[in-house]
Design a protein around this ligand. Structure first.
Ligand SMILES: CC(C)(COP(=O)(O)OP(=O)(O)OC[C@H]1O[C@@H](n2cnc3c(N)ncnc32)[C@H](O)[C@@H]1OP(=O)(O)O)[C@@H](O)C(=O)NCCC(=O)NCCS
Length: 324
């Protein structure tokens, strides 16, 4: 089946498997998978997990991941082994966990468990006023280029990150141009992008993407305004529910709560931008020190918000990164 935005997720296929049904029952993963399908992802349902691959963007870590839907969620070594078999070339590790894991089991394997909360809304979010001096616009033309500059500046200066960010933004733009998504930006007086976000209509539901405000523009109501503008866009199209996902404790959850979204369940994820293989068949390159062990390559994480501070220990590059 060809994935097209607006009808991107082959629900019947996933509904045939228990793992698929479990993932589709999660608003967060249901909408994530729909968005990923729109980016060209292939989703294979196995007994107790999904394998998600995005051949069009192999540097997209959360587009090339496992979703553990059942089984022993604490078997960190076992799941890392599955990941490494499915993605033998990958240096990253990205695993979504639907059930709460034992953090110690994953810590012993070298990975911190991150917590994400899903928020929803069944009616439009009341937009805060645009703060004085800013101009809000749907992203078009040169503003896409400005947004790419922000994305690139917010991540590490590596070929992988440049490829990832360029490809994903091109896919976002294609969705907007096809009429299935909208991106909004708040521009500062010098026309630089101060804040931005996207919203994608995945059919009945709309999923927010990439919410971020530049550090020097925060706490002025910019994100709050854009959340409202995007919600109006979505409900005007007949969407019934808004879905947004926040990494707990990074500011986004407080923003969505303050904006009037309803807090929903939490889910879990483990992520490393770069990690040595857990089996002992260490590639030569690793012994040569080409790969760094541990969750240290901040910003290679493809879910990095454009406005993350790459030097900040709590930067989104170290979080699961599926959040908006
Ligand atoms: C989270 C983020 C998008 C907020 O953007 P912003 O433009 O500063 O948000 P707003 O000014 O619209 O905030 C509106 C309200 O949300 C809440 N809020 C926003 N950021 C908050 C924070 N860091 N801590 C506590 N509350 C916060 C407050 O209630 C705020 O109102 P107040 O300033 O009157 O108290 C921004 O800090 C950011 O880009 N952070 C890095 C990337 C990120 O974490 N993105 C979210 C992904 S889930």
């Amino acid at each position: 089946m060809t994935a097209t935005p607006g009808n991107p997720l082959p629900r019947p296929l996933l509904l045939e498997s228990a793992a698929g049904r479990r993932a589709l029952a999660s608003a967060s993963w249901r909408t994530s998978l729909a968005v990923l399908r729109g980016y060209g992802a292939e989703v294979d349902a196995r007994d107790d997990h999904l394998v998600v691959r995005t051949p069009a963007n192999p540097d997209y870590h959360w587009g090339n991941c496992l979703v553990v839907t059942s089984g022993d969620v604490d078997d960190a070594g076992g799941w890392l082994g599955v990941f490494e078999r499915e993605f033998p070339e990958a240096t990253h590790r990205a695993l979504g966990l639907l059930r709460r894991p034992d953090e110690r089991a994953w810590q012993e394997a070298g990975l911190a468990v991150e917590v994400e909360r899903t928020f929803t809304a069944l009616s439009p979010i009341t937009p805060a006023p645009v703060p004085p001096g800013y101009r809000v616009t749907p992203v078009r033309g040169l503003v896409w280029d400005a947004l790419l500059r922000v994305e690139l500046a917010g991540g590490p200066d590596t070929a992988e990150h440049r490829r990832f960010a360029t490809r994903r933004l091109a896919a976002d733009r294609a969705w907007v141009e096809a009429g299935h998504a909208e991106w909004f930006a708040a521009l500062a007086p010098d026309d630089s992008v101060a804040s931005s976000l996207g919203i994608v209509d995945v059919g009945g539901e709309a999923r927010y993407q990439q919410v971020g405000t530049g550090a020097s523009h925060r706490r002025r109501g910019l994100a709050r305004h854009l959340l409202g503008a995007a919600s109006e866009w979505a409900f005007a199209r007949g969407v019934r529910q808004l879905v947004i996902v926040a990494d707990v404790g990074q500011g986004g959850d407080l923003l969505y709560d303050a904006a009037g979204f309803t807090p929903g369940p939490v889910e879990y994820g483990v992520y490393a931008a770069s990690m040595a293989r857990s089996d002992k068949s260490v590639p030569d390159a690793l012994e040569d020190g080409v790969y760094s062990a541990g969750n240290t390559a901040v910003g290679r994480e493809p879910g990095l918000r454009a406005f993350g501070d790459v030097n900040n220990a709590a930067a989104p590059g170290q979080a699961p990164g599926r959040g908006a």
